[in-house]
Design a protein around this ligand. Structure first.
Ligand SMILES: Cc1cc2nc3c(=O)[nH]c(=O)nc-3n(C[C@H](O)[C@H](O)[C@H](O)COP(=O)(O)OP(=O)(O)OC[C@H]3O[C@@H](n4cnc5c(N)ncnc54)[C@H](O)[C@@H]3O)c2cc1C
Length: 533
């Protein structure tokens, strides 16, 4: 692919329709004109790009996308570890409006997904809207002006609508283990893979056995000298049955897109059935557990190792992993699976609870992300200066995972309780995009300056979500990244995805406080005059 994604913010950063207003008394700008854009989108992963594409398709060009990195792709730009791939089949893990007949495998590698997102960016004309190397530092709602004041590492501007697509899995989380800061070898997170560092012959420790570790362990095992796999809670693993997509099939998908759509639909419903077990009939999960136990028994002959790898909680409580090569890799003679708790990290070793010292040159952390404690929540301030982090002190929540009382004209993509343990996140993202688009249309049609979800509507929605969470596999007693510090599941959608789609098909204005536009204020391509503060 041509290198149109030059780094360093060399692109034009705003659309031709951007507006400039002067803010008298704006101390940091001292009366210097401040840009005003109608819509600001944060992030260029599936969520942010999807939003940008849908806006453009609906004739809205007055928007900017801010991205802290120098390229698009989010998850698929950042996760470059060996073996990184999706675990929802590619035919489904892609935009419904941009099917890709060229997927090389059932579960495409991360590089291919990244290239897909880059080609979508180009194809739908999103590049000129992106402001690169631009990290959001602060976004504050101004009640008098009824707009957001946005501060990024590239400067300040005003925006009517703020849409956050910062990603639920974009802030790597390192384990807090005594002494880890004193480790003198090489330590890195799987989402920040050190490609400049050769693992050949090294004594490598892997901490964490989630979705990423299960993918990279089989890739590095043949290369490293010794691999110590620190595993506290073994995951449930089912066969992935990954396979290349034959050339004739790819040609068929290209020539007859309906055939790919049929395959996609079949995958969607196959995945959706899993929700039945997770949410409504936990008994169904027993069958999956039996398949997984048989799979483990077939792949791991040693009963001691098998016991270490056997999960002791209900399947689905933590994310179910798919792998064809993890078990064969951990049975190799250069791998040791250690289930003891890590007590401390020393300059060149890891000490476990039983007092054993494991000498290592390298520590790779497959320890996940800041999901329920994302730092961005501290940077977004709504009415009265309250931050999202303050608002969410007792646990994050949002109306339909998208809007938050006290934060007018703010929309969250993959907000609280929109995550999935069983199906494609792109489906959830696209449902939210429709909801937001319909809201923006409503605002235009009814000449509204701002919309803010009513606190009682938000509360009723979240009470319902938490009630439905009871009795699901996710509240069956395991510890997982789905749960926040107080043990509440604020991450997952407790139901079928088609229900979420149905509930987000139309913007439901009756649940919102609607503020009409002032006579002098017009949104979109028209001039927006700010009131004096
Ligand atoms: C290894 C891995 C595999 C996965 N596999 C699957 C799968 O198979 N199926 C599935 O459904 N889901 C999967 N997921 C979940 C995946 O994250 C989502 O499907 C989806 O890619 C999220 O897209 P996003 O746009 O919301 O977030 P991201 O892709 O994380 O993008 C967020 C963007 O926002 C930018 N950003 C964040 N904060 C700021 C800031 N303050 N200022 C400026 N920019 C900022 C980031 O740089 C990034 O570009 C996987 C996740 C990981 C980590």
């Amino acid at each position: 692919m041509s290198r149109v994604f030059a780094s360093g913010g060399s692109h034009k950063t705003l659309s031709d329709d951007d507006q400039r207003v002067t803010l008298p008394g704006e101390s940091s700008n001292g009366g210097v004109p401040v840009r005003h854009v109608h819509v600001t989108i944060l992030g260029t992963g599936f969520a942010g790009l999807g939003m940008a594409i849908r806006l453009k398709q609906h004739g809205q060009n007055d928007f900017v996308v801010i991205e802290r990195a120098a390229d698009v792709g989010g998850t698929w730009r950042d996760n470059t570890y060996p073996g990184c791939a999706c675990d929802i089949p590619s035919h489904l893990y892609s935009f419904s409006f941009a099917l890709n007949p060229h997927w090389s495998r059932a579960y495409s590698p991360s590089r291919e997904i990244w290239n897909y997102l880059r080609s979508c960016t180009e194809r739908f004309g999103i590049l000129p809207h992106i402001q690169w190397n631009s990290e959001l530092l602060d976004a504050s709602w101004n009640e008098d002006e009824q707009c957001w004041h946005v501060t990024t590492t590239q400067g300040q501007f005003l925006t009517d609508i703020l849409i956050l697509g910062n990603g639920p899995l974009s802030e790597p989380s390192l384990p807090s283990i005594a002494g880890i800061g004193c480790f003198e070898g090489v330590l890195f997170h799987s989402a920040q893979w050190r490609h400049d560092y050769d693992l050949t012959g090294k004594r490598v420790a892997v901490i964490g056995t989630g979705a990423s570790a299960v993918q990279f362990v089989p890739q590095i095992q043949p290369q490293v000298g010794h691999l110590s796999l620190f595993l506290r809670t073994p995951p449930w693993i089912l066969p992935r049955q990954d396979h290349p997509i034959a050339a004739w099939q790819r040609a068929m998908f290209r020539l007859l897109p309906i055939t790919q759509r049929l395959v996609r639909t079949r995958i969607y419903w196959r995945q959706e059935i899993i929700a039945l077990g997770f949410v409504y009939r936990p008994g169904m999960v027993e069958e999956g557990m039996q398949i997984a136990r048989r799979y483990l028994a077939k792949q791991v002959e040693d009963p001691v190792l098998r016991a270490k790898l056997t999960p002791q909680y209900v399947m689905g409580c933590k994310r179910v992993l798919l792998s064809d090569d993890f078990y064969p890799a951990v049975t190799q003679p250069n791998v040791e699976v250690i289930t003891e708790r890590i007590r401390e990290v020393r300059a060149h070793s890891i000490v476990t609870g039983d007092g054993r010292e494991h000498e290592v040159d390298t520590i790779i952390c497959g320890t996940g992300f800041h999901v329920t404690d994302a730092p961005l929540a501290q940077c977004v301030h709504g009415c009265g200066g309250q931050s999202l982090a303050d608002k969410w002190q007792a646990g994050s929540s949002a109306y339909k995972g998208t809007t938050v009382a006290g934060f007018p004209n703010l929309f969250l993509l993959i907000g609280p309780n929109t995550g999935l343990g069983h199906n494609s996140m792109i489906f959830m993202i696209e449902s939210q995009l429709s909801y937001i688009l319909d809201c923006l249309h409503t605002m235009e049609r009814r000449a509204l300056q701002s919309v803010e979800v009513r606190p009682d509507s938000e509360e009723a929605f979240n009470t319902e979500v938490q009630q439905r969470m009871r009795g699901t596999v996710w509240t069956s007693g395991c510890k997982s990244w789905y749960l926040d510090a107080s043990g509440r599941n604020t991450t997952l959608w407790p139901g079928f995805t088609f229900e979420f789609w149905r509930r987000t098909r139309h913007f439901d204005a009756k649940h919102y406080k609607l503020i009409p536009r002032k006579a002098s204020t017009r949104v979109g391509k028209a001039v927006v005059r700010s009131e004096k503060r």
